[in-house]
Design a protein around this ligand. Sequence first.
Ligand SMILES: Cc1ncc(COP(=O)(O)O)c(C=O)c1O
Length: 338
Amino acid sequence: MNFRSDNEAPVNDQIMQALVEANQGFEESYGYDRFSVQFKSQCEALFECWVEALPLTTGTAANSIAMALACPPYGAIYCHEGAHINADECGAPEMFTGGAKLIPIQGDHGKICIHALTEKLAHSGVHGEHEVMPAVISLTQCTEAGTVYSLEELKALKALKEQYGLALHMDGARFANALVSLGCSPAELTWQTGVDMLSFGATKNGAMMAESLLLFNPKYKNQILRQRKRSGHLISKMRYVSSQLCAYLTGGLWLSLAQHANQQAQTFFQACQNQVEFIHPVEANEVFCRLSVDKIAALKQEGFEFHVWPGSQDIIRLVFSHATTADSVKQLIQAIKE
Ligand SMILES: Cc1ncc(COP(=O)(O)O)c(C=O)c1O
């Protein structure tokens, strides 16, 4: 029973079917296919604004192209210390920007501490041209700790963005999980809270290699297509990514898949909260909890798959996905309580 990663979950049947249907005959290449055009208009309807939508195959590409758009080589990108762009992308944002500097900010439960960021920005510029120039705030929604920034927390980041004239990027590898957790609209969670660009993931929530970068701020409109091409991410047979993204958004599929995943995590949390120490609030589909080393070994022995969090021996991460069954959650709860 797999609780290791939503990246290990299978592709949703409706999305797979859409892919099969998209594989009929010839179709224009490089983003001029029906599906890529449709994806852009679906995004515009959903987000209630103009959107430039770039179907991509990895979240790292989406994040890195976003950084390259908004940050000069001598710029600074402020993000949480545990952010994927800082901890898990092998320097891709630095490479794509031609050498920008990531400034990791601490903060509880995977969220940028607003006071720490305020302090950092207040001291920026004291070394003049000797230091990098503040350019981007990048936040992850849901965070790497499975938590969700509230709209109030996002508004505080927006205020800083505006005060310092920065760009605001959201890494939404699990955007759908955050959206259903908050119950707000896609517009409220993005451009209405100052987000200029969103790395909009679908892979973890039911698609196969289907990610995207959504641009809400037309300021970067002229650069984005060339940034994509020169980084090697203009996909010739784009229909195979776009058709998945269209199916993902059609009829609210993306929301029901995320709702299911979040619900499984909540069921687990509700059942175990009195026995187990939870490291972070359970707000979406990832759960971090402390178990004894013996218990961890026993669970593994029983066939439960999950990560022991790097750097610890007794903290595990459980990821609940669109494909996690209620029965497997029940079995996990029983095994933990035994
Ligand atoms: C927060 C976050 N951002 C981005 C990504 C995208 O990663 P990849 O480049 O592997 O698609 C991931 C995947 O694990 C992630 O968890």
